[in-house]
Design a protein around this ligand. Sequence first.
Ligand code: SF4
Ligand code: MG
Length: 314
Amino acid sequence: MPLLEVTGLKKHFGAPGSAAVKAVDDVSFSIAEGQTLGLVGESGCGKSTTGRSVLRLIEPSAGSVRFMGRELTILPAGQLRAMRRHMQMVFQDPYASLNPRMTIGEVLEEPLIVHKLHDRATRRRLVAEALDMVGLNPSYAARHPHEFSGGQRQRVGIARAIITRPKLVVADEAVSALDVSIQAQILNLLKDLQKELGLTYLFVSHDLAVIRHVSDTIGVMYLGRMVELGTREEIYANPRHPYTQALLSAIPREHPGQKRERIVLQGSIPNPAAPPAGCHFHPRCPSCMEVCKTAAPTPVKVSAGQTVACHLYR
Ligand code: SF4
Ligand code: MG
């Protein structure tokens, strides 16, 4: 049984009467324990909203989220709060998510206090341990967030996420604000912690090179829909959806011998409030057919580990 199983997830925004923005439109995926699912797509595709809806930081409009054998979408507030220690989030901007007036020690101790975990001495020990695990000197507990670099602050953000020993961590653009050299360090830290603590990641990023580095399976989103979902190997060796093919053609190859023509997409992402009919991607798709303009493609299994929503694979 997967640790996390998301089925038919929808999140619609907008006032009644006006056209709703279908930020997440019937998205399904699952993640096995200890694995990483990378969710990728351009800004506004609904990947962050998916991550937040899974944790119920925002309320999904419809669908099912099963986590550790429980249905999260119908969990009463009190039980949801108790579940939160098992599912944590790492945000893009570590500075914005850290209270500048608190010491790092207080920042890290807070989740333990909120969840009424351990006595004071144990909490202090766990704070020192967490700092050590993310590669920071435990003496830094006395310092304030402004005394740290961006990379160090993200290490603090990660320490805060793991201190309750969660099962699932949702990372939303966790390295996007950092220099490329620091990005690699943080990604490697996340991988090391995954092994050490058996963590499961839902890793949200617009950057396919980052997604390639961390993911076991990859979901590609476009305007609220999952257009392709598969193992890392399948997606990179054999991308089927024209959008995935275009995204992949824009990043450096993993092996110099690999050949891949650069596919330049026409136009920009349409307004999510008024997405194109049929396949949302059709105005930009180099393979667009008549049927694509009116009928939305449903996901089709094209191999053991790969699902594609595109009329080319009917
Ligand atoms: Fe292109 Fe049609 Fe496939 Fe959409 S369904 S990606 S328009 S071929
Ligand atoms: Mg986002």
